[in-house]
Design a protein around this ligand. Structure first.
Ligand code: PEP
Length: 257
């Protein structure tokens, strides 16, 4: 399985910015083809623009969230089918900023994951402990419960293509404080163990586990070389094409798990 580099643009970018970023990304991957699976997650308003530019480039795109219903009276929300309609293949669910800003609980994330899978989207479900939880040595309990509460039966599928998990310590997101390679290795090994325990041997071993939290052009190579790190979910550094392309170039090209 290939390593995954996923760029979460968050709430950034007007049309001209999205166009420039997508065009630079396309030019970059055409100039230096990669074995990695590359994905971008623009704001909803820019997905169609980005899709037009990236179509046929090998770079995929997805949504930063979606609703748990197929359609209906949910003002301001977006359904998984609407993302599919724009050619999206993936959706990020349970990002800590959604959990924080919209009070999303594990149960909400699980319902969204079920609906995303029904619509044919591949969910990237985010888990991770807060600074307080780590200070209290509760990172494993926290992440174990999040996995149990957020992932539905059947997640990951037999070949791992039915869902990915992103381990993102909240204190490392957007702070410039990347976790140490030892902490990343320990938590990824823990997440793998929980996935196997909760989903069974076949599904649990096949799910790719991404790391997220202040990955940048300078630290990507060391993060991506950690055992069990099958790629990175990148926020801030995905907004600069040169940095994002450097991160893509740092993928190992080795089997991810
Ligand atoms: C993220 O948004 O998932 C993220 C990891 O952000 P950053 O890379 O900016 O820490």
């Amino acid at each position: 399985m290939r390593q995954v580099i996923a760029g979460n643009w968050k709430m950034n970018g007007l049309t001209a910015d999205a166009q420039a970023l997508a065009q630079a990304l396309r030019a970059g991957v055409e100039h230096a083809p990669t074995q990695a699976e590359v994905l971008v997650f623009p704001p909803y308003t820019q997905i169609a623009t980005v899709a037009r530019i990236l179509a046929g480039s090998g770079v995929g795109w997805g949504g930063q969230d979606c609703h748990m219903a197929e359609n209906g009276p949910h003002t301001g929300d977006i359904s998984p089918d609407m993302l599919r309609d724009l050619g999206a293949t993936h959706v990020i669910l349970g990002h800590s900023e959604r959990r924080r800003d919209h009070n999303e609980l594990d149960e909400t994330v699980r319902e969204k994951t079920v609906e995303a899978l029904r619509a044919g989207l591949i969910p990237i479900v985010c888990v991770g402990e807060s600074e307080e939880q780590r200070a209290g040595s509760q990172q494993e309990d926290t992440v174990g419960w999040q996995i149990k509460g957020s992932l539905p039966d059947g997640f990951g599928g037999a070949d791992g293509s039915g869902g990915l998990v992103a381990y993102e310590p909240v204190w490392a997101i957007g702070t410039g404080r990347v976790a140490t390679v030892e902490d990343i290795a320990a938590m990824h090994a823990f997440v793998r163990g929980e996935l196997v325990r909760q989903m069974g041997e076949t599904a649990g071993r096949g799910i790719r586990i991404l790391y997220g939290g202040s990955v940048n052009a300078a630290n990507a190579a060391s993060v991506l070389a950690v055992p069990e790190v099958a790629g990175a979910l990148v926020g801030g550094a995905s907004l600069k094409a040169t940095d994002f392309l450097t991160i893509i170039a740092a993928t190992t090209g080795l089997p991810a798990a």
